[in-house]
Design a protein around this ligand. Structure first.
Ligand SMILES: NC(=O)c1ccc[n+]([C@@H]2O[C@H](COP(=O)([O-])OP(=O)(O)OC[C@H]3O[C@@H](n4cnc5c(N)ncnc54)[C@H](OP(=O)(O)O)[C@@H]3O)[C@@H](O)[C@H]2O)c1
Length: 303
C-alpha cells in the first residue's frame, strides 16, 4: 500500500482534532469525512454501513461524547458514543481489514500520581466521561486486531469550546481572572496532534510489519503545567499582559464532574515507536499563536 493511495474514513471532522486531521491526512490518500447526519455514533448501523461502503484502509475516529460535565447527567448517552460506538467500529474495521486509530483521554486516570503516567499505569477514572472512554478502550482491546488507541490531554484549537478560547474570551470582559492551580496536565494543540497522527498513520500504511505497532500510546507534548500556569502562558503568548491571573483551589469551583488532580502523560512510547518529535506544551502554544495569526492574515487577504 502506497501512502498516497490509501482510502481513509475520518469521523468527527467538525471537531477540534478532526478538523485538523482533514488537513494532515489528505496527503496520505482520499479522505472521506461524513458528518453526524450521515454517520451517527449513536446509531451503530450507520457506522457499519459507512465502513462497508468506504472499504477503507484506515479509519480515524475523532468523534466522541466530549462534554465532561454533561456526561454526569447523561451517562447512557456518553457510554453509547464513547464505549459502544468504538466497539462497533472495531468490529467493522476488523471485517474490512482496516486499521482503526481512536483517541482516548488522560481522564482515564484518577490523578493520584505525581510523575507522568505511562501506558503501564492502571486507569481508575473518577468521572463518567473518563469511565466511558476507559470502557471504550477495553472494548477495542477485546475486539483486537489492527487498533491503535492514542490517549491525549487538554486539547485546544481555534474552534469549538476549549480552555484557550474561554480564557481569551473572559479576558475581554474582566481585568482579573481566577484559575485553578491544583490540577496538573499537558496542554495539547489539536494541530500538532493531527500532524503526529498523520505521521503514525503513514507508518501503519507503509511499514513492512505494521502489526507490531498496534496498541496503546500516550500522545501529548513534553512538560506539564496547571490550568493557572496554562492561563498565564496563554496571556503572555497572546500579548495580554493587562490581564491579572490569580491561582485558586479546585474546591472553590463547583463542577458537575470531579477532575483528577494530576494527569500529565509520558509519551515516550509513541516517540520511540514512530520517531516522533515531541514538542513541549509551550512550543505547541507558540505554534498555535502563529497559526491563529496566519489564519487571520489569510482571512484578511481573501476577504
Ligand atoms: N478536548 C479535550 O480536551 C480532549 C482531551 C483528551 C482526549 N480527547 C479526545 O480526543 C478526541 C477528539 O476530541 P475533540 O476535542 O476534537 O472533540 P470535539 O471538538 O468535542 O469534537 C467532537 C466531534 O465528535 C462529533 N460527534 C459528537 N457526537 C456525535 C455523534 N453522535 N455522531 C457522530 N459524531 C459525533 C462532533 O460532531 P458535531 O460537530 O456534529 O457535534 C465532533 O465532530 C475525542 O475522542 C476526545 O475524547 C479530547
Amino acid at each position: 500500500m502506497s501512502d498516497a493511495t490509501a482510502t481513509i474514513l475520518l469521523l468527527g471532522a467538525t471537531g477540534q482534532v478532526g478538523h485538523e486531521l482533514a488537513r494532515t491526512l489528505a496527503p496520505l490518500g482520499t479522505v472521506q469525512a461524513p458528518g453526524r447526519a450521515e454517520v451517527d455514533l449513536g446509531a451503530p448501523d450507520t457506522l457499519r454501513r459507512a465502513v462497508r461502503q468506504a472499504a477503507p484502509d484506515l479509519i480515524v475516529n475523532a468523534a466522541a461524547y466530549t462534554d465532561v460535565d454533561g456526561a454526569e447527567s447523561e451517562p447512557e448517552r456518553a457510554a453509547a458514543l464513547n464505549t459502544e460506538a468504538p466497539h462497533v467500529l472495531a468490529e467493522a474495521a476488523r471485517d474490512a481489514e482496516a486499521w482503526l486509530v481512536h483517541y482516548s483521554t488522560d481522564y482515564v486516570f484518577d490523578g493520584e500520581k505525581r510523575t507522568p503516567y505511562t501506558e503501564d499505569d492502571a486507569p481508575n477514572p473518577i468521572n463518567v466521561y473518563g469511565r466511558t472512554k476507559w470502557e471504550g478502550e477495553q472494548a477495542l482491546r477485546a475486539v483486537g486486531g489492527r487498533v491503535l488507541v492514542l490517549r491525549t490531554s487538554w486539547v485546544y484549537s481555534d474552534r469549538r469550546s476549549n480552555f484557550v478560547r474561554t480564557m481569551l474570551g473572559l479576558a475581554d470582559e474582566h481585568d482579573t481572572l481566577t484559575v485553578v492551580d491544583d490540577q496538573m496536565g499537558v496542554p495539547t494543540w489539536a494541530g500538532w496532534l493531527a500532524e503526529a497522527t498523520a505521521t503514525i498513520s503513514t507508518r501503519l500504511l507503509t511499514a513492512s510489519d505494521p502489526s507490531s505497532l498496534r496498541g496503546l500510546y500516550h500522545l501529548a507534548g513534553t512538560g506539564q503545567t496547571s490550568w493557572y500556569g496554562f492561563a498565564k502562558a496563554i496571556f503572555a503568548q497572546f500579548d495580554r499582559a493587562d490581564v491579572t491571573v490569580e491561582p485558586v483551589s479546585s474546591d472553590e469551583y463547583d463542577t458537575a464532574a470531579p477532575r483528577p488532580a494530576y494527569t500529565a502523560l509520558d509519551s515516550s512510547r509513541a516517540r520511540a515507536a514512530f520517531d516522533l518529535a515531541l514538542p513541549s506544551w509551550t512550543a505547541q502554544l507558540a505554534r498555535f499563536r502563529e497559526h491563529v495569526a496566519q489564519s487571520a492574515a489569510d482571512a484578511g487577504t481573501s476577504g
